[in-house]
Design a protein around this ligand. Structure first.
Ligand code: GRF
Length: 218
């Protein structure tokens, strides 16, 4: 099995990155983490990645004249590491169409809501405010519009009556940690692929037992 070379882009604590690192330890996982890159030098995830023996790089966006210059260097670093797929994992920089198009259908993101509900920030506060009974997380293929793009997989979690933002966030985060490796597996093998701005699954694609994960194959 050839393992796809993956870069994980972070800005903070990197718990989703950690979930990907742990998944990639399995011999049959179809991706290896070739690079962890942060736009913030103080991202706690950098230390976690280094402790796992991974290559890390920092590209401080504040040191670049503009977004274009930052993204050109980001693109160069990804190519220098022969990266094939990019996973955004709490990467807090909006990427412009130039970079997104250069990595079209090779860049995925995790977002803490059931998209298309609640794109953007403060998803849990907004879910509580809206009174939804379920929320969750989404792994999707990145497009230039923020938190949009073909959906690879979603996990739903209930919103409970006495939830506050922190409790809900913790429940969703636990689902994120299960969902992201699953979605990366499907995407890296090509079992999940983009067709006509939706993700389709190869016939016979099987999901691991995970009742709260959707969509399930026919
Ligand atoms: C996660 O909730 C992710 O969905 C969102 O940012 C958060 C990052 O957390 N995009 P972590 O850095 O992976 O712990």
């Amino acid at each position: 099995m050839t393992r796809r070379r993956v870069a994980v882009l972070i800005s903070g604590r990197g718990s989703n990155m950690q979930a990907l690192i742990e998944a990639a330890r399995a011999e049959d996982f179809p991706a290896e983490i070739a690079l962890v890159l942060s736009n913030r030098p103080d991202a706690a995830g950098l230390e976690r990645a280094a402790a796992a023996g991974l290559r890390t790089e920092t590209l401080d966006h504040k040191r670049f004249a503009d977004r274009g210059a930052f993204e050109r260097m980001l693109d160069e670093r990804l190519r220098a590491h022969e990266v094939e797929l990019v996973c955004l994992a709490g990467f807090m920089r909006l990427l412009t169409a130039g970079l997104v198009d250069a990595w079209r259908d090779r860049m995925i993101n995790i977002h803490p809501s059931l998209l298309p509900a609640f794109p953007g920030l403060d998803t849990h506060a907004r879910a509580l405010e809206a009174g939804v009974r379920f929320t969750g997380c989404t792994v999707h293929v990145v497009r230039a519009e923020m938190d949009a793009g073909p959906i690879i997989a979603q996990a739903a979690v209930p919103v409970l009556p006495d939830d506050d933002e922190a409790r809900l966030a913790a429940r969703v985060l636990a689902a994120e940690h299960r969902l992201y490796p699953l979605a990366l597996r499907l995407f890296a093998t090509g079992e999940a692929r983009v067709e006509g701005e939706r993700v389709v699954y190869a016939p016979g694609t099987r999901f691991p037992a995970a009742p709260a994960l959707a969509p399930l194959p026919a």
